[in-house]
Design a protein. Structure first.
Length: 452
């Protein structure tokens, strides 16, 4: 319907973000929006013809500035955040590296994951950017009632499949990247995140930190495998990691099962007896889902490249015997004192949207305050240009799916079908209380509308 405003919701990593975008889309649909969502580059292609739309950007890196500027010039409103801005090391370097002041200036509103990330982000941005809104993220909404219950059934299916298991989430793509040595570094340079001597040194320090963790896990998982014969270890690497080293390890040990990400991590967390990690966002999600969390980091790891929040919400282990003992305690079922009031206070300080209105609801309200409710959104270009552009986009889409696409890109977004998106939206049928239509716009981008 042409009288309905349009919101554009790009997705960077499908397994991490699809359900959260679907939930936010549900609230936007309920509020009267049409919603375009899907693979980020395809949604961004649609956005090139957008006028007077709402664009919700999960990136504020330097490379995003021209796109956000162009969107604003055509009357679009921009709400933006850093999709990875909850778990981070030294905030002074991280946010000055990850969030560009130039990009932030082109946003009508900049959001943060919570009060502490908001303060850390504000400290690195010029004062004229304005207040940072600590709204949280729809990924946090999914961990609150009633939405967290949608993972109970798939979690039970995982328990039936694997029995009792400990979930091991790894996050070593900096030193074990799917695109080979230096793969992540190339992406960082392309996005403008390595642009100074300081950046060079910080990423070198981070690589040392990650290498220590990677080596430790390769050495320690066989120790845990033998120490805890009553459970299976489900190994879930970061989507951008090379799975070959982990597969070699799993092939040698019968109770280690390699499960590369193909969907959201939440059912795996809910199904697990405990989660083992090394400076990973999954630790925060597990804490919020009431699952015991153990953080392993070697004594050699130190300094500002360690991300504090996951460790603060976990029990720490500095040796593999200590990790085995903590995991043994976790799987014993006696979890009464696993989470303390100090950790709850830390969580409230770092994470917005744990209580009160959901992050998704706050974003819809914010969009209304920005004048979107009365917007007369348009996507179409002049007909001849539009026709040629659509043809070029279809050709580019086919070329992007060629076998030569980098492994990291394939892992981050392996595609999205209309049926898969419909299934994701169905999870939130209590939010959308009427039927929706889904129209495919390109290979992995779709228009959602609430049927009248």
């Amino acid at each position: 319907m042409p009288d309905r405003p349009i919101a554009l919701l790009p997705i960077i990593t499908r397994s991490r973000e699809l359900d959260a975008r679907a939930l936010l889309a549900a609230y936007l649909l309920q509020a009267g929006y049409r919603v375009v969502t899907g693979r980020s580059d395809e949604v961004n292609a649609v956005a090139r013809g957008a006028r007077d739309c709402l664009y919700i950007s999960p990136l504020l890196v330097k490379a995003a500035a021209p796109r956000l500027a162009s969107l604003r010039e055509r009357g679009n409103r921009v709400i933006a955040w850093d999709e990875e801005g909850l778990v981070y090391p030294d905030p002074d370097w991280y946010f000055s590296n990850r969030v560009s002041a130039e990009s932030a200036r082109h946003a009508d509103a900049v959001l943060a994951w919570g009060p502490e990330p908001g303060r850390d982000l504000a400290a690195t941005l010029p004062a004229e950017i304005g207040p940072i809104l600590p709204f949280g993220n729809a990924r946090i909404d999914l961990l609150r009632e009633p939405f967290r219950r949608i993972y109970d059934k798939p979690a039970q299916e995982l328990r039936d499949r694997f029995g009792r298991f400990i979930l091991v989430n790894t996050n070593f793509d900096l030193v074990n990247h799917a695109d080979g040595p230096g793969g992540l570094e190339k992406r960082m340079r392309a996005s403008g995140r390595i642009a100074s001597v300081r950046d060079e040194q910080r990423f070198a320090d981070w690589a040392v930190f990650r290498q220590a963790g990677f080596d430790a896990f390769m050495e320690g998982l066989p120790i845990l495998h033998d120490a805890l014969p009553e459970v299976t270890f489900v190994l879930r690497p970061h989507p951008s990691e090379n799975t070959a080293p982990w597969r070699e390890l799993a092939d040698r040990l019968p109770r280690i099962s390699l499960q590369p990400p193909a969907g959201p991590v939440y059912p795996w967390i809910v199904a697990s007896e405990a989660v083992l990690h090394n400076s990973c966002t999954t630790a925060v999600e597990a804490y919020l889902l009431d699952i015991p969390v153990v953080a392993f980091h070697p004594a050699a790891e130190a300094g500002s490249m360690d991300s504090p929040l996951p460790n603060l919400l976990s029990r720490p282990a500095h040796s593999w015997p200590q990790a085995a003992e903590l995991l043994r305690e976790a799987i014993s079922g006696d979890r009464a004192d696993w989470i303390g009031e100090e950790q709850r206070s830390i969580a409230r300080n770092f994470i917005g949207g744990l209580e009160g209105p959901l992050s998704s609801e706050r974003i819809v309200t914010l969009a209304e305050e920005l004048g979107m409710k009365a917007a007369r959104s348009r996507l179409a270009m002049p007909p001849p240009v539009n026709h040629a552009y659509r043809g070029a986009r279809r050709l580019a889409s086919r070329l992007l799916r060629r076998p030569g696409l980098p492994p990291d890109a394939k892992a981050r977004f392996p595609g999205l079908t209309k049926a898969e998106l419909a299934s994701a939206m169905d999870r939130f049928s209590d939010v959308i209380r009427s039927n929706i239509s889904i129209r495919q716009m390109s290979e992995s981008a779709f228009m959602l509308e609430q049927c009248r």
